[in-house]
Design a protein around this ligand. Structure first.
Ligand SMILES: C[S@@+](CC[C@H](N)C(=O)[O-])C[C@H]1O[C@@H](n2cnc3c(N)ncnc32)[C@H](O)[C@@H]1O
Ligand code: SF4
Length: 210
């Protein structure tokens, strides 16, 4: 007996990750450039006058192709753009990388795509472009809500810019999170408590403390 149409569709559908033992994996892109180097930073981050964006995009796409060939049939569960300062990436580059990941692997229905953003004006202006590219979670590097502490950390933004960046993230992204650095020299317990209270009121369901 011929199977019904719905049965045929059922047979042709690729198995979902839940129906296989495949654990899925995350794709991490590192953008190693920053506008300035914060004195405390331990990350692979560099200040460069000019960046050959086309060459970087080509290299990242080529690396993706190589990894795609080595991992056929796998499922991507998350994509993370970290840095450095990936919020300085051209949104078109972010869009091209996301599109290539989607073309190379099956992607989870709940694919989480996070991008780390500094709160400077150069970055905030690009947030809408990142959302249009498919980023659905923004991680905002606030570090502190105290102007003196931000100066001490050598940050390029002040409290007002940090709050504006978080508000923009709230408007544009399904989810967003903020990073704070605590136990700074001279920081009191009361100061930390007050900063945490403000940060909890600002953030979108998640807060990272370093
Ligand atoms: C890749 S880093 C920097 C992202 C972004 N460029 C920024 O500065 O906001 C991601 C997070 O790591 C945390 N972090 C912890 N230890 C750090 C360290 N030694 N140097 C820089 N960031 C650190 C910061 O809170 C920062 O937001
Ligand atoms: S902006 Fe972020 S990644 Fe760049 S130097 Fe500062 S802490 Fe490091």
């Amino acid at each position: 007996m011929k199977p019904k149409t719905t049965d045929l569709r059922q047979q042709m559908r690729p198995p979902s990750r839940q129906e296989t033992s495949e654990p899925g994996f995350g794709v991490y892109f590192h953008w190693p450039f920053c506008l300035s180097k914060c004195p405390y930073c331990d990350f692979n981050s560099h200040v460069r006058e000019g960046i050959d964006e086309t060459r970087w995009t080509r290299a990242l796409l080529s690396e993706l192709e190589h990894t795609g060939e080595a991992t056929p049939g796998r499922t991507v569960t998350s994509i993370f753009f970290g840095g450095g300062t990936p919020s300085l990436m051209p949104p078109e580059t972010v869009a091209a990388l996301i599109a290539r990941v989607r073309a190379l692997w099956r992607c989870d229905d709940n694919l989480e795509i996070t991008l780390e953003a500094n709160p400077g004006a150069a970055e905030t202006d690009r947030f809408a472009g990142f959302a249009a590219a498919g980023v659905n979670r923004l991680s905002v590097g606030v570090q502190s809500l105290d102007n003196e502490a931000l100066r001490f950390l050598g940050r390029g933004h002040d409290r007002t810019a940090a709050i504006a960046a978080v508000e923009r993230a709230r408007e544009l992204f399904e989810r967003y999170t903020i990073d704070l650095i605590y136990a700074r020299p001279g920081q009191s317990l009361e100061g930390l408590r007050a900063e945490l209270g403000e940060a909890l009121a600002l953030t979108g369901g998640h807060l990272s403390l370093y």
